[in-house]
Design a protein around this ligand. Sequence first.
Ligand SMILES: Nc1ncnc2c1ncn2[C@@H]1O[C@H](COP(=O)(O)OP(=O)(O)OP(=O)(O)O)[C@@H](O)[C@H]1O
Length: 624
Amino acid sequence: MRIPNPVRPLASLLAPLRSLLVVAVALQAVSSVAAVVSLIAVAEAAQALLAAGRDEDQVWLWVAVCGTTAPVSLLTASAAVTLTHVGDARLQLRLRRALADRLGRVPLGWFARRGSGEVKKVVHDDVHAMHYLVAHTLLDITAVIVVPVTALVYLIVADWRLGLLSVVPLVAGIWLFARAMAEAGTKMADYGRAATEINNAVVEFVDGIAVVKTFGRARSAYERFSRAADAFHDFFSRWVAATTAMTTASQIVVAPPAVLLLVLGPGIALVVHGGMPAPEIIPFALLAPGVAGAVSNIGTRLQALRTGGVAAASVAGMLGTPPLPVSDSPRMTEGATVELRGVSFAYEGGPSVLDGIDLVLAPGTVTALVGPSGAGKSTLARLVPRFFDVTSGAVTVGGADVRELDPGTLYGLVGFVFQDVGLLRASVADNIALARPDAPREAVVEAARAAQIHDRVVREPAGYDAVVGHDVTFSLGEQQRIAIARALLADAPVLVLDEATAYADPHAEDAVQRALSAAAAGRTLLVIAHRLASVREADQIIVLEQGRIVQRGRHTELLREDGRYRRMWAAQHSAGQPELPELPELPELPELPELPELPESPESPESPERAALPAQGRHKEART
Ligand SMILES: Nc1ncnc2c1ncn2[C@@H]1O[C@H](COP(=O)(O)OP(=O)(O)OP(=O)(O)O)[C@@H](O)[C@H]1O
């Protein structure tokens, strides 16, 4: 079996434990030698007993040697295992701390490309997978080497002819095992492919079960899984058939009966023909099976080494993730104006996603980002809290480039509510007070009221003490309102909201909009909106298309222009409101200058366009 390159990361991760592991391995070596010596002592005592002219002192001497080395072997083995476990506990703690530290310093955008499952696998599973390797495998490998070597040295000294014969099953076992593993090694990639195909088929089948069933595809999805399972079975059968003969042969030649037959047969012949005294055959009966027996455990040890090595490579890979560069001399900020100057951005190795963005977000104003799917709205919004660094240009908050701000300062300045809210398994109150754990309950409730989630929370018997995920499960819209409450309580002067109302139910949406308008007072608010109706009152609307700003202005101004915004508005209203036949007439909109003269809405005096829509239409605009 090929030991893959993960050995290098493994060695570097284990470097701080080197001296401890060296001592443990040395203790294990002593233990293995002592174990062999105690067997030698038994053999020698037996020979002394059976020898002509028995020397009783000699017998008792060997009994004493055995009585000493056996406990020494046990004690040193225990000490070695204790040391490796201590080292393993230290290593796990150190790795988990280092990983937590690194995860806290990588760009937030790094997480966007990875599922939480992948991060958990490395931080928990892979670190744990290294346990067996550090705590057990190193010692096992030491024993597998030291025991046969010590025994062979003794046997060769005792009788070189039978001693050399004892090497034969060992060498034959290793050769056959290596052949079996070489065969397995070439097929390892095929094994991985077959296993991945099954995985994908299962995930497709289970994840998409509702969709595939709805569209009558359950049978074909199941068939894909079935085909993958059959293919895996066929491959595995061929693989096992190809390697079984060699593996079995290697096990047979090192099995004690085979070894005894091979060594004792000629040994007895030697005794019969006077080539050696009969008692001298005893050490070979006792020790020769143990020499070759080491091979039978090699497979398990190598597999453990390989698994630990692969896990170490993942851990080392995550530890090697470049952290977000942090300025040595962080700048101070003044005010909460956000500015993007000549900003261009491309994801790593990808095409340009934003190009030449110039934008100023003034405190106390709401800026809405709109545009077709994939235009770059979320990307632009994420540049402000520095999920990613711009490719060129600069993003400034309070006059300071975000790259020159201390991350703590930046997150204190910029609050954000994105689509993936991520509530913690903690009480509702703790979830809301995440950024201000010492906030009084009244402040938490006030924020929840403003975010229109208070009524829902108090419907729970435990109210604000209900534990999310245990006592209460919130809908996506409710989760987002809790996140809004969290952002309001954090009271960051700049607030970035990505699809903040995407999941809100129609009844709550107007209220959330009002809460956000209130939150905007004095704040710099950047909102991504798919529903144009929700941002009609924004101070400026930025229309993005293919990463460029193609229009900017207020709602009424943009409707007057013959541009993307007006087409989007028309599309949303014609798609979402068949009851508004006049909306497809929007090309007539140059007459809109008349709009300010429309009667004011009683609920929303500053929104004449809103008042112009029939009440039922306000909630029915389709998303882009
Ligand atoms: N993490 C990422 N890695 C690589 N490319 C990405 C990543 N996130 C987004 N993109 C690409 O960047 C472009 C802009 O995506 P973005 O999510 O910013 O658009 P959007 O306007 O917010 O779209 P939507 O309205 O559908 O959410 C798309 O082509 C998208 O495929």
